[in-house]
Design a protein around this ligand. Structure first.
Ligand SMILES: Cc1ncc(COP(=O)(O)O)c(C=O)c1O
Length: 398
């Protein structure tokens, strides 16, 4: 593991001007972009917007470079990786393109983001599938047993978050994937809250599909995400959104003036889902964002986040009236936590943390509380501010 002694937190924070004004604890919704990344991204964006198609040859390489960077990051082959509009987009591509038949079951967790629950229930309504749910538990053995008990001969796919956006629980993904495969069930792993937070290894996990956001923990351009599809699963997905970029060789075969002669063959890579016009500046921004964090060291980032969240959990747990709704152990949790304060609603707690203390976070509906995310830039002073705020809110209340 990389040493964190070279981790220059002061320099890291200087590159993030928002930190002079707020305590930023919501990378789980949107990350904040470091100045060097922003400048590189804006330079490409500005040039492209000013020069348009004339600028194309100069920036065309950004498409492959972004896929390459993301592939390296998650240990996938670049051909297995596509760029999406975000985590929701990736999940919807997989669930919407998979050949579900009426009566098939889709297994999801009980702490999913709408990115999974909404398309799952939409498919239940319009395609006649049945949605079943397993429990995200603090004890991974209970999660495994709940997952296993929900599998039936009709289960076709399991789609679940690697890390819950509500509690920060990290599920035992590799074990669940293995169990699913033993039952002939494919797995879509939603890495929106894990990719960029700690190392996520597509190959080692063995999942069939992996999705994630680039604008959260990777602090890349807003409206970007990643989709990895295992090479041997690509033809299990039938693209529904189709346009330039979807087909092998770039064109359908045959004579378009004689429709009966036309034959289509989808591009042999996950980039087949990147149909139509794509903004190359976003791809260049992805490259800069990933390179920037890589220069700090992925292991060092994960180690920093592990130390910060552990410290924060211990300090919060020491406050009378605080109930932590997240496991303590890093291996079973992540860089985000959910806590509540007895006698104060989650919404009220969230409002006061922002209004009175300028702490950027969000309320969680279920389990009701507030979600705090530490990040690669979180400092001890940030934690002090959170603790001071919670103590003051508690005093104000009692
Ligand atoms: C677990 C999880 N999946 C998917 C998403 C959706 O990601 P995006 O906002 O990139 O569409 C989120 C967003 O918060 C999430 O937490």
């Amino acid at each position: 593991m990389a040493s964190t002694s070279t981790y220059d937190l002061a320099a890291i924070r200087r590159a993030l001007p928002a930190l002079a004004e707020v305590v930023y604890m919501n990378s789980g919704t949107e990350g904040i972009m470091a100045e060097p990344v922003l400048q590189a991204y804006f330079a490409v964006l500005g040039h492209f917007e000013r020069y348009g198609y004339w600028d194309r040859p100069r920036i065309a390489g950004a498409f492959a470079e972004a896929r390459q960077r993301l592939a390296n990051l998650i240990n996938a082959d670049p051909d297995e990786v596509g760029v999406t509009h975000g985590g929701t987009d990736g999940v919807s591509i997989v669930l919407g393109s998979f050949g579900f038949r009426p009566g098939d079951q889709l297994l999801i967790g009980d702490q999913e983001h709408p990115a999974i629950t909404y398309p799952a229930f939409a498919l239940q309504a319009v395609a006649g599938i049945e949605v079943r749910r397993f429990r995200f538990c603090h004890d991974p053995r209970e999660t495994i047993s709940s997952f296993t008990s929900q599998l039936t001969p009709r289960t076709r796919m399991a789609a679940f978050s690697h890390v819950s956006c509500e509690t920060g629980i990290r599920v035992p993904a590799a074990e669940l994937i293995q169990i699913a495969h033993e039952h002939g069930v494919q797995v879509l792993l939603d890495g929106a809250q894990s990719i960029g937070m700690f190392p996520v290894d597509f190959r080692a996990l063995g999942c069939d599909y992996l999705t994630g956001s680039v604008h959260k923990w990777l602090c890349g351009p807003k409206g970007t995400g990643v989709l990895a599809v295992r090479r041997d699963r690509l033809d299990d997905l039938t693209p529904r959104y189709i346009g330039g970029g979807s087909f092998a060789e770039g064109f359908p075969a045959g004579d378009l003036n004689r429709p009966e002669t036309v034959q289509i063959k989808f591009a042999p890579t996950t980039a087949r889902f990147e149909y139509g016009m794509r903004n190359p500046a976003l791809y260049a921004g992805i490259v800069s964002a990933v390179d920037y964090l890589a220069s700090l060291g992925w292991e060092a980032i994960a180690e920093h986040e592990r130390r910060m969240i552990t410290r924060l959990k211990e300090r919060l747990a020491g406050i009378d009236g605080v109930v932590l709704q997240t496991p303590m152990e890093w291996e079973h949790s992540s860089a985000l936590l959910n806590f509540r304060l007895e006698g104060v609603s989650g919404r009220e707690l969230s409002r006061r943390l922002w209004d009175d203390w300028k702490i950027v976070q969000r309320a969680v509906r279920e389990p009701e509380g507030v979600r705090l995310c530490v990040a690669y830039f979180t400092s001890d002073e940030d934690l002090d501010q959170v603790i001071e705020a919670v103590l003051a809110i508690r005093r104000g209340k009692s």
